[in-house]
Design a protein around this ligand. Structure first.
Ligand SMILES: *[C@@H]1O[C@H](CO)[C@@H](O)[C@H](O)[C@H]1NC(C)=O
Ligand SMILES: *[C@@H]1O[C@H](CO)[C@@H](O)[C@H](O)[C@H]1NC(C)=O
Ligand SMILES: *[C@@H]1O[C@H](CO)[C@@H](O)[C@H](O)[C@H]1NC(C)=O
Ligand SMILES: *[C@@H]1O[C@H](CO)[C@@H](O)[C@H](O)[C@H]1NC(C)=O
Ligand SMILES: *[C@@H]1O[C@H](CO)[C@@H](O)[C@H](O)[C@H]1NC(C)=O
Ligand SMILES: *[C@@H]1O[C@H](CO)[C@@H](O)[C@H](O)[C@H]1NC(C)=O
Length: 745
């Protein structure tokens, strides 16, 4: 009896203790997600700088994922991850203005970091510097507004969704998901430095795990260096590419498949790191005509750069996107589930604006006013250059025609400063009609416990990122930081100032070196700044705010024509279904429907969708099971003459889709003469989804596939072990030989 009672008391006590332990959280975290999908027609995509790559529909919607971190003393940082090519200073200035008007001084340019995933399949035109909007016919207000509105909504949602939380960090290797696309430049780095690393790209993914007091997952941020260029420059559908899809996969996994994209509680962000020279096209560059590997040093085929293109790992760009996304999602989940390094300590930030054109370095060296090298025009193996830099009136870009006669020849000083870069565009010495590239950039360091986010406004190469991380860690420890710092490069954050290579890589002047705009000492200058920020943070001292960047949004030029009018073909009406799906479709098949369309720029349908796949449970209950944000659907828009257009909706029916009746809906916002925009809704007839006979065969095949993958992994492991043993043997035999030599002597 007695012992029994004691046992119960003990149990109750320990349960209470456990509870107080669990409730003991280190931080408050607010998390929000919102739609930022820009104009889905006629707007150039940001990234490949290919004027003919314009939006013609949606494969995946773009999202803004906002995370507010607050310590016990209410020190706050805001990290926003965007499905966009990068961030833009012009957008940041607008975001900060709006946040200040709502939240006062809680959010400033100093403690807000907004980072792009680097998808090359999102609408362009949101930059304030001229060079980045030449191929988009200048500034595109619709793109800019979609970003601003979506980011603000995601932050508002995060503000309304605060939880006491614990944070954990984990990191581990993800193989077969990235390669170096300028390996010959990497080889310019000193042998001793390269010897410290096994690979010529960073394979580590770092994951920040966010859980509430009970350990329930709230959110996740992962950083992994890989270009979001699985979708290539022939793609016209808005897509968040491999990182965006990884996020949707993880979110669907935790929130449940029934929760529509962007609507769930758990938010997963796949953020960018030092991806400057890192490609997802893991089969590497090959010549389009011969199929042979390209010239190693120049990435050319018979001297032609446009013939050398990197592919893989899938059979087409969709499959490649899916594979690289799946790899990132699975690795992030594994690291999340096994994370044990708990973050403790303050939230903090240091930020300064840095004039990158005027940095002084040891030995009288300096950085230079911005300039792009010739290799910039050639592009990369992920997307050969299509930037038309010839000073001719036949350029497809009216912006280029507008400014090209003003192109300056670089000064002798500028040529010397950038040596050995052959200067193609002297952007730093041109300011008509406004600055071509930034001079004053955001440089920022965020701290969450032991985690340090080095927010860089550019694309750092692998080695540039490693040097920066090491310098920050050393600087923190030299200044007295006692724990083990976890430095992470948060790439493409706050602003965009092209690429950053190491001094040595710069000497080869491949694309990344040609796009390192402040000259050969760019990296060293950045590292000095981040060292200062690290030191100041550790010492608790302030940093100088630096010179203010210009706000150029009111000066933007734009040549993109507005939508004038939509018209339906004679005898037809808007949103009318012109091609019905088959009455019966099998799981695993693709359903296609066509409608009389209208320009999707009339209404971006943010937080909404252009299409719905509805499951008809019965005559009074229709449930939306897919939207235009799903991987399984495609919304394609095609112009048919001056004012008419056609919309094609496809739905790839998953093998496990519930059998039953379905229909596809299309929302058609069309513009009338005079400017009014009206909505027409169209729907297909209802069609039946039936069981696939293939399903069982496929699940068997899946099982075999998995077995094979496991065996392959085993083999790989054994191979590694063998390699290690061989290495040891080599060393032994060398030693033996040496001994033999010394014996004979
Ligand atoms: C990768 O992560 C592991 C485990 O955290 C760490 O030991 C290693 O130093 C990291 N490698 C690089 C190149 O950062
Ligand atoms: C690439 O260039 C380096 C010198 O920079 C040279 O040593 C090497 O042989 C070249 N490789 C090929 C395959 O041309
Ligand atoms: C883009 O990918 C498609 C396959 O999806 C391929 O047919 C095409 O050649 C690729 N084009 C470029 C320029 O990479
Ligand atoms: C770093 O800090 C030192 C001391 O405050 C200052 O003199 C120097 O200009 C700073 N350098 C950079 C690059 O910010
Ligand atoms: C339709 O299904 C819902 C449940 O999903 C049920 O509540 C409703 O009564 C059904 N209506 C008809 C007309 O069968
Ligand atoms: C309609 O059906 C769906 C799927 O069966 C179900 O989840 C939902 O609750 C139903 N809605 C209503 C109003 O009955």
């Amino acid at each position: 009896m007695e012992t029994g009672r004691g046992g119960i008391v003990f149990l109750v006590l320990s349960a209470l203790l456990l509870q107080t332990n669990c409730a003991d959280t280190e931080y408050n975290v607010g998390i929000g997600i919102a739609d930022i999908t820009g104009p889905a027609a006629q707007v150039n995509m940001m990234g490949y700088a290919n004027p003919s790559q314009t939006t013609k529909g949606i494969h995946l919607r773009q999202f803004s994922r906002a995370f507010i971190f607050e310590d016990k003393n209410k020190n706050t940082v805001l990290f926003v991850n965007l499905d966009a090519c990068m961030f833009s200073q012009g957008v940041k200035l607008e975001i900060i203005r709006r946040l200040k008007s709502v939240y006062g001084t809680k959010y400033t340019e100093r403690n807000v970091c907004i980072s792009g995933t680097h998808t090359h399949s999102g609408p362009a035109g949101f930059h304030q510097y001229l060079l980045f909007s030449i191929t988009s016919l200048g500034f595109v207000r619709e793109s800019f507004d979609a970003l601003v509105q979506g980011i603000i909504i995601s932050v508002e949602r995060a503000e309304q969704n605060f939880h006491p939380a614990n944070l954990y960090v984990n990191s581990g290797e993800l193989l077969d998901s990235n390669i170096n696309r300028s390996p010959s430049a990497y080889l310019f780095n000193p042998q001793e430095e390269r010897a410290k690393y096994r690979y010529d790209t960073d394979k580590n993914m770092t994951v920040l795990k966010i859980v509430d007091a009970d350990g329930t997952p709230l959110g996740m941020i992962s950083w992994f260096a890989v270009h979001c260029t699985s979708m290539n420059n022939t793609n016209h559908l808005i897509s968040s590419d491999n990182k965006g899809l990884a996020a949707l996969m993880y979110e669907a996994d935790i929130n449940g498949k029934d929760v529509l994209p962007g609507k769930g509680r758990f938010v997963a962000a796949f953020a960018q790191a030092n991806e400057g020279d890192v490609s997802p096209n893991t089969q590497g560059p090959h010549c389009l005509d011969t199929g042979l590997p390209c010239d190693f040093n120049h990435s050319t085929c018979n001297g032609r750069n446009e013939m050398c293109i990197a592919f893989g790992p899938g059979k087409d760009m969709f499959e490649s996107t899916r594979i690289i996304a799946t790899n990132q999602y699975k690795k992030a989940k594994e690291l999340f589930d096994s994370a044990t390094t708990k973050l403790t300590g303050p939230v903090d930030f240091r930020h300064t604006y840095t004039d990158m054109t005027k940095q002084s370095l040891e030995g009288g060296r300096t950085t230079c006013p911005g300039a792009m090298g010739y290799s910039f025009a050639a592009g990369t193996t992920d997307g050969p250059g299509a930037f038309n830099f010839e000073q001719s009136s036949t350029s497809p870009s009216p912006v280029w025609n507008f400014v090209s006669h003003l192109i300056k020849n670089p000064s002798a000083e500028q040529i010397k400063c950038h040596h050995p870069k052959p200067i193609l565009l002297d952007t730093g010495e041109m300011d008509f009609p406004y600055a071509w590239e930034p001079a004053i950039v955001d440089t920022q360091l965020l701290r969450i416990g032991q985690l340090f986010l080095i927010a860089v406004p550019a694309e750092f190469t692998t080695m540039a990122g490693r040097r920066t991380r090491d310098a920050v860690a050393q600087s923190l420890m030299a200044a007295g930081f006692t724990d083990k710092p976890i430095p992470v490069i948060a790439g493409l954050s706050n602003d965009y100032a092209d690429y950053v290579t190491t001094f040595e890589e710069y000497q080869e002047q491949r694309y990344e070196g040609g796009s390192t705009i402040y000259g050969p000492n760019t990296l060293e200058a950045y590292i000095n700044v981040y060292k200062n920020l690290s030191k100041a943070m550790t010492m608790g001292s302030p940093v100088a705010p630096g010179p203010n960047p210009p706000d150029l949004i009111s000066k933007q030029i734009s040549f993109l024509p507005p939508v004038i009018l939509d018209r339906a073909p004679f005898g037809k009406s808007f949103a009318e279904c012109t091609q019905q799906p088959g009455a019966v479709c099998k799981q695993g098949e693709r359903v296609t429907a066509k409608f009389v369309g209208a320009n999707p720029r009339n209404n971006l349908r943010l937080e909404d969708t252009f299409l719905k796949v509805q499951y008809q449970v019965n005559t009074s209950n229709f449930t939306t099971v897919y939207t235009d944000a799903h991987w399984e659907t495609r919304f394609e828009w095609e112009s048919k003459g001056l004012f008419e257009s056609e919309v094609t909706v496809t739905w790839d029916i998953p093998l496990n889709q519930a059998p039953g009746n379905y229909a596809i809906l299309y929302y058609c916002d069309h513009k009338e003469l005079g400017g009014n925009i009206n909505l027409a809704e169209g729907t297909t007839q209802s069609f039946k989804v039936v069981n696939s006979d293939k399903k069982f065969a496929t699940s068997k095949m899946d099982q075999y596939q998995k077995k094979l993958e496991r065996k392959e992994q085993l083999l790989k492991n054994q191979n590694e072990i063998l390699k290690g043993k061989k290495g040891n043997l080599n060393i032994l035999s060398k030693r033996l030989n040496a001994q033999k030599d010394s014996n004979t002597v």
